[in-house]
Design a protein around this ligand. Structure first.
Ligand SMILES: Nc1ncnc2c1ncn2[C@@H]1O[C@H](COP(=O)(O)OP(=O)(O)OP(=O)(O)O)[C@@H](O)[C@H]1O
Length: 231
């Protein structure tokens, strides 16, 4: 589905991603983990085309997308829910969703009813301003907006961070539904181990911009956690 091949990325002189090799398999949830500052968000932005890479390739369904603009990448159906959500707080819930619909690759005009099946609260709050929603509801709105483009590949950057437990559980159920029922490929940037273990299929652990461990989520051992994830 998506292969990251020998990717190197720099912020100015600062070498941040080092010869990264990762593979995201179709219909699976792959967790990208590691301590603060190891490069997880940088990798998400590289995939979205928000940051340039120095060399290497991003092979998406067999083609190298590393030279495409972020706009073109949205049209090839990569959805992105950034850390901090970035919803439009002055627009209503419905207007936020309609912005996702504008980038829908099948040129639909209305918010699909499936979105409200996944997130019923958004139907109840359709005419409320995004900024009036709780943090958890804003996270749901951000995920729903990304789903409005009908993505094949969805990047979720720490969706459970600072969110109340019942909404975290709902978001986990949505991830399971998207991978298992809709065959969507999910990249889950996650620091919370129980959430990653419950909803992830595969994992990569990064340290200082390099992959230091990977495998199926059942292979995420206490040794790896102690060495690369505990503070
Ligand atoms: N715009 C930038 N300019 C320069 N350096 C940056 C920039 N953004 C991030 N960095 C640096 O790049 C490294 C990787 O940061 P990144 O945000 O990708 O890590 P992360 O693993 O996502 O961390 P966190 O879990 O805190 O979000 C860090 O050393 C960070 O300070």
């Amino acid at each position: 589905m998506l292969k990251i091949e020998k990717v190197n990325q720099f912020y100015g002189q600062s070498h941040t991603l080092w010869d990264l090799d990762l593979e995201f398999k179709k219909g699976r949830c792959t967790c990208v983990m590691g301590r603060n500052g190891v490069g997880k968000t940088t990798l998400s932005k590289v995939i979205m085309g928000l940051l340039p890479i120095k060399d290497g390739g991003l092979i998406y369904n067999g083609s190298d997308i590393s030279k495409l603009s972020d706009h073109k990448r949205a049209s090839i159906a990569i959805g992105y829910v950034p850390q901090g959500r970035e919803i439009f707080s002055q627009l209503t819930v419905l207007e936020n969703l309609q912005i996702g619909v504008l980038s829908n690759r099948n040129k639909i005009k209305e918010v699909p009813s499936k979105i409200y099946d996944l997130f019923p609260v958004l139907k109840d709050m359709a005419h409320r301003k995004g900024g009036d929603l709780s943090g958890g509801q804003q996270q749901q709105l951000a995920i729903a907006r990304a789903l409005c483009i009908d993505p094949d590949f969805l990047i979720l950057d720490e969706p459970s961070e600072g969110i109340q437990p019942n909404i975290v559980a709902q978001i986990g159920e949505v991830i399971d539904y998207l991978t298992k029922e809709e065959n969507i490929t999910v990249m889950l940037v996650e620091q919370k181990l129980p959430f990653a273990r419950r909803h992830g299929d595969d994992f990569y652990v990064l340290d200082r911009g390099s992959v230091v461990a990977n495998g199926e989520i059942s292979q995420l051992s206490d040794d790896i956690i102690k060495k690369y994830m505990s503070v």
